[in-house]
Every structure is written in structure tokens, then in C-alpha cells.
Design a binder for this molecule. Structure first.
Ligand code: SAH
Length: 306
């Protein structure tokens, strides 16, 4: 019987990945052109909004090479099945109502792991730089002299809405989008926001973490001039199998959310792009629900499209 040398999964990290058409310059890459995860590095990667298929190939490449994966809440555990089987997996999110680990403790842990010469994958929901504290973590790592790579991800405020059949921009509706968070770092409704500026400046508003302070937020927007009957969608657990979409209005949203017991995580979209769901609810259509309206914006036959 011949014995095979033990496999180092990390040198096989390209397994299941197509060759990279243009090898990234600067950092080490393998024969297929994929970045090589070197010991002592932290890669901060987005895992997308939920559906495992929405991670990027760079995140998959990272999963296959990491020694330690430090992951957040809102990450589908099936994504971790793609990790190197020898990787250790650490949870750094909030669970079962227990307080989440302090941001500082998480970053110190990442630094500690790099001092043990580990390849550390910090996996965050959505995009790490969109309301995900990724910027803070990356800054502390760089201040500590730890080399990093950032792997963007699909943010819930874009990809989650797409799963609900809501395009975040549409030429007939908006030339701008505002992304906002429903609470500041103290947990209170954000006080630094200029509601009038937001209400007047952007036809579409996409809100993260806004369930808790929704009554105050909707009242602020209406007071700042937004139409109380403006369409609103509340997309909870977007891209997960338990995804739920509530269609309502700015005036009714707080009551309807309470009434239906909608819980975070949810993305809330304010604006006429929500109407497009009447035509574009592709997931509903996969389940046999016919489009409610083929021309929700009443634009006609689209013939001047350039
Ligand atoms: N970095 C993440 C956002 C983290 S903040 C991103 O880019 O998507 C956490 C908030 O994101 C949640 O409170 C919720 O508002 C939103 N969110 C994340 N995943 C979601 C999902 N699957 N469905 C709906 N909202 C989601």
C-alpha cells in the first residue's frame, strides 16, 4: 500500500475556482492567479445578505485557505461548509439576546490570532464597509501593523431588495439613493441626520437597522415633506428562505410592522421603486404568482428608451 502525503488544503485553494483571468498584482497569487492567504494576515470579507450563492469568488477563495474564521451574526452557516475542513470557526456576533462582544475585543482577538501566525478570515454579513464596522476594524488592524485585504460583498440594501423584486434605482424614479442607518452608535435614533436634506435630496431611501425607531423615522420624513402615502417595502430576512416582504406606505409602515410582528433583520425601502415589485417579483413568479401589474410606473411602452 502506498501512502499519500498529507494534503495541504491551502495549496489546493484553487480547487473549485476557475482560473483568475487577470492575476491581481502586488500580492502573492497562486498558479491560477488567485490571491494566496499568507499567515499573519487578516482578510475582511463580505458574505452577502444570506443566500450562500451570493458570496464572491474571492470570499470562497478566502474560506478555502483560512486557518481561523471569525464570523458575525446574519451569516448562513452553510457558507462555513465551504471552509477548509481544518479551519477553526469562532462566532463574534450577538446570539440569544446576549450582549454582543465589544468591538474592541473582536479586534484584539483578530490581532492576537495574527500574532499566532494564523490566516484570519473576518467574515461579515453583506458588505464589510456598509454599516458593518469594517472600516473601524480595518483601521485598528492597520494601526497594529497587521496586513489586510478587503473583499467587498453584496449589501442587503441592494441585493436584499433585488430578491424582493425592487430595483434600487430605476430611470423613471430616481437619480440618487440614500442609505441610512436607523440608529447611531448609542442605539438611539440617529440625531445627526438632516431629515429635510434627506427627504428633499433623494427619491429613494434605503434604511438599515430601522425597525426599532421606525415610528420616529417615518414621522421625521413626513414632517420633512415626504408624501405619507409614498410606497414603502419592509424586506425581512432578505434572500433567506424565510424572507418576508411587507408593502405599505410611509404613514402606515410603523403600525403595519408592529401589527405583523416583523423583526430584524430588515431592510426598509422608501420610494416609487417599491412599485416595481408589482411587476418584478421574480421569486413570487417562480412560485406561480402572476405579476400584478406589467407597467407599475405607468410609463407606457418604453419606446423612447435610449
Ligand atoms: N454590512 C451589512 C449590514 C450590517 S448592519 C450589509 O452590507 O448588508 C445589519 C443590518 O443590515 C440589519 O439590521 C438589516 O437592516 C440589514 N440586513 C442585513 N442582512 C439582511 C437580510 N438578510 N435581510 C434584511 N436586512 C438585512
Amino acid at each position: 500500500m502506498t501512502s499519500r502525503p498529507p494534503t495541504d488544503h491551502r495549496t489546493d485553494a484553487h480547487d473549485g475556482l476557475p482560473p483568475m483571468p487577470n492575476a491581481s498584482s502586488g500580492a502573492a497569487s497562486n498558479a491560477q492567479g488567485w490571491p494566496v492567504f499568507e499567515p499573519g494576515w487578516v482578510w475582511l470579507a463580505g458574505a452577502g445578505p444570506g443566500d450562500p450563492g451570493l458570496i464572491t469568488l474571492h470570499t470562497l477563495n478566502a474560506l478555502k485557505q483560512a486557518d481561523v474564521i471569525v464570523y458575525d451574526a446574519l451569516i448562513d452557516p452553510r457558507i462555513l461548509d465551504w471552509a477548509n475542513p481544518d479551519a477553526s470557526i469562532e462566532y463574534a456576533g450577538k446570539r440569544g439576546g446576549k450582549p454582543s462582544p465589544k468591538q474592541r475585543d473582536i479586534t484584539l482577538r483578530l490581532i492576537e490570532l495574527t500574532q499566532q501566525n494564523k490566516r484570519v478570515l473576518r467574515l461579515k454579513g453583506g458588505d464589510p464597509f456598509v454599516f458593518g464596522r469594517g472600516g473601524e476594524e480595518a483601521q485598528v488592524l492597520i494601526q497594529a501593523g497587521v496586513p489586510i485585504r478587503i473583499i467587498p460583498g453584496i449589501s442587503a440594501g441592494i441585493g436584499g431588495l433585488a430578491y424582493a423584486g425592487i430595483p434600487v434605482t430605476h430611470r423613471d424614479v430616481n437619480q440618487a439613493v440614500t442609505f441610512l442607518t436607523g440608529h447611531d452608535r448609542t442605539g438611539a435614533a440617529p440625531t445627526a441626520l438632516n431629515w429635510k436634506g434627506i427627504a428633499e435630496g433623494s427619491q429613494v431611501i434605503v434604511m438599515y437597522m430601522a425597525i426599532k425607531h421606525l415610528p420616529e423615522i417615518c414621522a421625521n420624513l413626513i414632517e420633512a415633506g415626504r408624501n405619507p402615502s409614498e410606497p414603502v417595502a419592509v424586506v425581512s430576512n432578505a434572500t433567506w428562505s424565510k424572507m418576508d416582504v411587507l408593502e405599505t406606505t410611509l404613514a402606515n409602515a410603523p403600525h403595519d410592522v408592529m401589527d405583523q410582528g416583523i423583526e430584524p433583520p430588515a431592510i426598509i425601502c422608501v420610494g416609487d421603486v417599491v412599485l416595481m415589485r408589482q411587476c418584478l417579483d421574480w421569486m413570487g413568479q417562480m412560485n406561480g404568482i402572476a405579476p400584478r401589474d406589467l407597467d407599475p410606473l405607468k410609463r407606457g411602452d418604453n419606446k423612447d428608451s435610449a
